[in-house]
Design a protein around this ligand. Sequence first.
Ligand SMILES: *Cc1c(COP(=O)(O)O)cnc(C)c1O
Length: 366
Amino acid sequence: MTTAAQGPAPKPGILDIAPYVGGKSRIEGVAEPMKLSSNENALGAGEKAREAFQAAMGNIHMYPDGRATKLRQAVADLHEVEPERLIFGNGSDEVFALLNQTYLRPGDNIVTGQYGFLAYRISAKANEGIVKLAPEPGFKAEVEALLAEVDDRTRIVYVSNPSNPTGSWNSGEEIRRLHAALSPDILLVIDEAYAEYVSEPDWETAIPLAREASNVVVTRTFSKIHGLGGLRIGYGYAPLSVAEAVDRIRLPFNVSVPGLEAATAALGDTAHQTASRDLVQAWRPRLTQALRGFGYEVLPSAGNFVLVRFGGAERCTAANDYLNAKGIIVRPVGGYGLPDALRITIGTEDQNRAVIDALSEFAAQA
Ligand SMILES: *Cc1c(COP(=O)(O)O)cnc(C)c1O
């Protein structure tokens, strides 16, 4: 028998990467579980996006427009930005991977927060880059802590704002302060996947900063508020020189025909965006209050999810098992170094009530 060791050896670092484990989607013996594990849109995709997806059926034998011309213009109009500075990817995950691939040499590093999104780290390591994590004692990225990790091999600093899995956010002032202290040859990537769900008054999009700066990239996605996670479309707004560099290595047809059509239609569906935001903004405080009432620590969240801490890994596992037994799938975040916490996506009213009921019963058992 051939063993893996006898086959071709992957590049250094590849086998040190822990495989990404996505949100689970099945429970043994439960036909239709409530899936609250991947921060998907509880309302699904909007009517307009679904119609556009269906209408694209006639064109799936054709290669997509590699420049994403229609979607590019629609996004540029939305944010009032230059279309040629946009980078489209197979999800914003691909935009991070492209940036890492474009800017990291072996031994270079990226800096992100201790609980920063795992996607940044995987492709950094795939490029033989080093990942430097800044402590987040308050479960929130701290400007000074990030800056303290920056050295002469740092090429990119990643901040998700709001952040996943903690739900924390940084103020516009903090982001500007971070940018002002960074050398202009270091890229600052602000991942705003959850921008549309934010209601905190001190939060600001970094798009105006990116418009003026020579080293800021802001990313957004169609996977969250637009409910199109299955179609894989995200984008970055970058300095022109960055967009042009990335374009040289981007696969020419990285975004699909139905994806482009559905995403363009989704941008025009403000009713669906509003309904999705309203649902989250109504239930985020209710869910938080209810779970705090049962004695759990619930971190303040600006996203479409909350992070709940159970005061210990064992108790957390028991809570996860209890929810699973009720047909509810949430997200354990041990992979982020948070073995005592579960991340719960804000669902529909029925789903949220089911979570509250289950955790009320679980708390009463203790
Ligand atoms: C969900 C999420 C994204 C979006 O990823 P896509 O590849 O666009 O689906 C990006 N950043 C964070 C922090 C997320 O949680």
